[in-house]
Structure formats: structure tokens, C-alpha cells
Design a protein around this ligand. Structure first.
Ligand code: NAP
Length: 511
């Protein structure tokens, strides 16, 4: 169903809250971003009405609420980076900016009346399972509790901004801003600004910031592979066509999906396409950067796909502006007035922007999770997070994780994966409510077999080919990415087999 026209900025100023109740809910969802709201919407559509969403912030939107830095946009085309069950014919550009994506999320929340399910300002600090009752209790930072039969952890893998472990971080007396917690009140005019980090966020920030500041210095530790981004404004006729002929938009989405799927052959695995992609990226570098020394500084020394491929047509030109400088010396420390690099030079700044990524829970949990018989998920995941089909973990009945272990895409839209996860958990929850199931716990042997296969397949991928990235733990374990096509992931999630689970019905009869 096409959602009616979105009006930019038409956001609810004061979010309505779900009323407090002591009765256990059917489903409790942690996080009101794309995944949490999408799960709530589909659960409601399937008749599971008793839901509550706990959101730590005071508004919906998740990563698109938090990442509002200048230049923030999605590097996946908007027609693919949206729910297939709620297409938006009005995307203003092929790659919409974060503001417009957030408008889309707000529109979903309003159009489907989802805000009434959300309890804002509820930061979950502990999830606890009770074997006797088969219920989960969520405890918030303020000590409030909520109970539910099932829990969906939809807080997102990239929700905790991470400052790097650089000596002297607190010594710097100037202004510090993290890309995911942008300070919109800071006036960059006539300032000397540093950007640390040249990943997906950094390459979007630099071209915008360089226009505002007096001097911009970019600190690069590892140059990434950059591909041109074919971003253009959507012509009016195109919007009209999508509105009048939804099938046309469906076809475009399908074509984009297949084009991205084909990229898996070069990005996930080392194939002739990998070499071709590297040559395209190198040609982009050679075309945009005239200075040979700078080209050398910007040339990656790892296989394309190993780290996230960067999409930008304005990053290299921004680096070459007169007021911009690229520094590739390692950072030794932060000092009172700026940054000292390894060769002993101190660079002075008014402000340092940290585009240094997120604290990713590859081998831990974002908050304490206590499962069956008192087991602790953080301890279970100490040597690397593992789950069954990325969504369930043995010993944690009725717990569903969106973007759990090994569900990450490197080549296609995260929302495609997210929809599969949502449909899977909807099937499970529907079965639980209709058949009076007290607990649904994935079998350990099934989970072990699944992970054995995943890790075997990962060993042959570009992600595990030797570079350092947030996809891997310190000791090189890949608990993040799914080693296959999005269509393979979707197929894996299509089949919900109760035989993979230990099922206990309300009457207490084990299956
Ligand atoms: P990131 O990919 O983890 O990049 C962090 C950057 O900071 C890297 O360049 C890293 O260098 C650098 N860095 C970290 N610690 C450092 C230190 N101590 N000294 C110097 N440099 C340091 O983080 P991100 O750019 O925020 O992106 C994270 C993820 O968010 C992406 O992979 C993507 O999934 C998502 N994202 C998506 C979009 C989108 O358009 N869809 C946009 C932004 C982000 P090294 O490479 O050497 O580690």
C-alpha cells in the first residue's frame, strides 16, 4: 500500500505516549527506529495488538534521528531503502538525505498510528526472563518495569556513538562533536575544524563542512574504496508516475534490488567482478584527484568489500579545496589546543569532529540480558555473538533480535534484510499467541549447526580477507555479516520451522 504524500517537517511536536499498564503485553519492542516500528506495524496487521515499544529518546527514528550531521544521507537508493509494504512515491532524490528519511519514518509512525504504542524516555537497562511464568521483564534506567511474553530487541547495532581510544581525549579544550550526536548550535563559521575518520559518515560530512569552516583538516587512518554516487533530483513526472502506477515503482525497486544483488559477487567474494570494481573505484580516484601524491595517500591497500564500500562523488573534490588538508600521519594524542600526530607536529583546532563510528556489540550486549536459568547473554557472547538465523539465541526463549549476529548486508539495502526478520518474528509470535505457547527456545544443536555453516562460508569472503573493520572483533571473529546474497538471507528467513525449537505450551507440555 502506498503511503499518502509525506510533508517534510510535518512531525508531531509532542509525541503521544502509550498508557502505563501492569498487565504483561504480548510483545515488547526495544527501540522505535525502522525495525521497531516495522515490527509493530506488521504485528498489528497480523492481529497481535497488545504491544509496547520502549524508546530511550523522546522521538521515533533511531539512527536517522541521531545521525543528522551535515551531508547525512543514505548510500542505498531510497526506492530500495524503504519498506516494500509502504512505498513512498515522493522521494525527492535518488539517494534521500537523512531529514527526508526521518520524515518517512515519522510518516509511518503517524499514518499507522504507532506513536500510541511508544513509551518515550524509557532506556532499557536489563531484560530478564522468568522460566516459571515464561515472561520477560524489561527494567529501565529509572527502575520502571514492563512485562511481556515476547521481546523484540530492535535497538539497532549502530546506536551507541563511539569516541576513539586516543590518549588525551579529555585534554582538548575546544569543542568536540560526534557525527551521530551532531551539535546544531555550534557555529562553524571562521573556525579551524578537524574531522577524524574517513568511513561512511566521514566522507559525507567533509564535503558539507568544508563549505562552512575557515580551515578543515581531515585525519585519515585507512583510505577506503570510494565509488561515484549517482545522486539526482527526482523529476516531477517520475513522482506522478509512481503515484499513479505503483507497479512502475515496484519494477524500479526490483531492478535496483537485482543490481545490488549482482554486486555481491564482487563485494562479498573475491571474483573477477572484485577486480573490476576496484578498477572502477581507482578510475574515479584518478579522474577526481589530479595530484599524484594525494592519489597515493587515498589509494586503499586492502581488497574492495573488506570494509564498507564508500559512495561519494563530492568527497575527493572537497579534499582538494584550498581550505582543506588531508593528514595521513597517525594521531599520537589530543592536546589542549588540538591534535598531535606521530611525527611530533601539533595541529591547532577550535573544534574536532569525530566520525569514528559506533560501539558495536560484536561480542557483548547493549544492556544486560538474563535468559533461562539465569544465563547471561553478554557472557554467552564473550567469544563472539552467535544466534540462529540471526534472530533467536538458545537459552533466551521468546526473544527476537533484529540485526542480530550475522545479518549484516554489505551490498544491498538493510531494509530488505529487516523485512525478512520482521516477517519471521511475526510468524513465530502469531504461532505463540494462537497455540498458547509459553516458551519458544531455539535448540542448541540447531544453532550450533547454523553457525558452523555461517563461519565456514564467512572464511571465504572479502570481509575476512585481512583488513580491520567494525565487522570483526579484535581477534577477527565475524559476528556481523551474512555471507550470501540478500535473496539467500530472505530464503533462510522464509521458513519458520517449529522443529528447530523447544516448544513449551501454556499447559506445560514440552514438545
Ligand atoms: P566507521 O565505518 O567505523 O568509520 C570510522 C572511521 O574512523 C574510520 O575511518 C576509522 O579508521 C576512523 N577511526 C576510528 N578510530 C580512529 C582513531 N583512533 N584514529 C584515527 N581514525 C580512527 O564509522 P562510520 O563512518 O560512522 O560508519 C559506520 C557504519 O554506519 C557504516 O559502515 C555503515 O554501515 C553505517 N553508515 C551508513 C551510512 C549510509 O549512507 N547508509 C552512512 C554513514 C554510516 P579505520 O578505517 O582505520 O578504522
Amino acid at each position: 500500500m502506498t503511503i499518502p504524500t509525506m510533508k517534510s517537517g510535518a512531525r508531531k511536536a509532542t509525541p503521544r505516549q502509550a498508557p502505563a499498564t501492569n498487565k504483561p503485553h504480548d510483545v515488547l519492542i526495544v527501540g522505535a527506529g525502522f525495525a521497531g516500528l516495522g515490527a509493530a506495524l506488521r504485528l498489528q496487521q497480523e492481529g497481535v495488538g497488545d504491544l509496547v515499544i520502549l524508546e530511550r529518546a523522546d522521538d521515533v527514528g533511531g539512527t536517522w534521528r541521531d545521525n543528522s550531521y551535515p551531508g547525512a544521507a543514505c548510500d542505498i537508493p531510497s526506492n530500495l531503502y524503504s519498506f516494500s509494504f509502504a512505498p513512498n512515491p515522493d522521494w525527492s532524490r535518488s539517494f534521500a538525505g537523512s531529514r527526508e528519511i526521518l520524515d518517512y519514518v515519522h510518516h509511518l509512525a503517524d499514518h499507522y498510528n504507532l506513536r500510541q504504542l511508544v513509551r518515550f524516555g524509557r532506556d532499557v537497562s536489563h531484560l530478564r526472563y522468568d522460566d516459571k511464568t515464561g515472561l520477560w521483564t524489561a527494567v529501565t534506567q529509572t527502575g520502571e518495569t514492563f512485562q511481556a511474553r515476547s521481546v523484540v530487541m530492535a535497538q539497532g547495532p549502530l546506536s551507541n556513538a563511539s569516541f576513539p581510544d586516543i590518549p588525551g581525549l579529555d585534554e582538548f579544550k575546544g569543542h568536540k562533536i560526534h557525527s551521530a550526536r551532531w551539535d546544531h548550535d555550534y557555529d562553524f563559521n571562521r573556525k579551524r575544524v578537524a574531522v577524524i575518520g574517513t568511513g561512511a559518515s566521514g566522507v559525507q560530512i567533509v564535503p558539507e563542512l568544508v563549505k562552512k569552516v575557515d580551515k578543515l583538516t581531515v585525519f585519515q587512518r585507512t583510505p577506503g574504496w570510494v565509488m561515484p554516487r549517482p545522486d539526482f533530483a527526482t523529476p516531477q513526472w517520475n513522482k506522478l508516475l509512481f503515484r499513479r502506477v505503483p507497479k512502475a515503482q515496484e519494477s524500479v525497486r526490483r531492478a535496483l534490488y537485482l543490481a545490488h544483488e549482482s554486486m555481491a559477487l564482487g563485494i562479498i567474494w573475491n571474483s573477477p567482478l572484485t577486480g573490476l570494481l576496484e578498477r572502477v573505484s581507482e578510475a574515479h580516484l584518478n579522474h577526481q584527484v589530479k595530484d599524484a601524491w594525494m592519489r597515493r595517500q587515498l589509494k586503499p591497500d586492502f581488497r574492495i568489500g573488506c570494509k564498507r564500500v564508500l559512495m561519494s562523488s563530492d568527497y575527493y573534490p572537497a579534499l582538494q579545496r584550498d581550505n582543506c588538508r588531508l593528514i595521513t600521519w597517525p594521531i599520537a594524542r589530543l592536546c589542549e589546543n588540538g591534535i598531535r600526530t606521530a611525527e611530533g607536529i601539533e595541529h591547532q583546532f577550535d573544534c574536532i569532529v569525530f566520525a569514528t563510528g559506533f560501539d558495536v556489540s560484536n561480542n557483548g550486549t547493549p544492556f544486560k540480558v538474563t535468559g533461562s536459568k539465569g544465563r547471561d547473554l553478554d557472557t554467552d557472547w564473550k567469544r563472539g555473538a552467535q544466534a540462529y538465523k540471526s534472530i533467536n539465541v538458545a537459552g533466551y526463549p521468546n526473544l527476537f533480535i533484529t540485526f542480530g549476529p550475522n545479518s549484516g548486508p554489505g551490498h544491498n539495502s538493510a531494509l530488505v534484510y529487516m523485512e525478512s526478520q520482521i516477517e519471521y518474528l511475526v510468524k513465530a509470535v502469531k504461532m505463540m499467541t494462537s497455540e498458547g505457547i509459553k516458551s519458544l527456545d531455539v535448540r542448541k544443536d540447531v544453532q550450533r549447526r547454523h553457525n558452523h555453516d555461517i563461519q565456514k562460508r564467512l572464511a571465504k569472503t572479502n570481509w575476512n580477507s585481512g583488513c580491520k573493520s567494525w565487522y570483526l572483533t579484535e581477534d577477527g571473529f565475524n559476528a556481523t555479516m551474512f555471507p550470501g546474497f540478500a535473496s539467500q538471507y530472505a530464503r533462510q528467513m522464509e521458513g519458520f520451522d517449529p522443529g528447530d525449537y523447544r516448544v513449551v505450551r501454556v499447559a506445560g507440555r514440552p514438545q
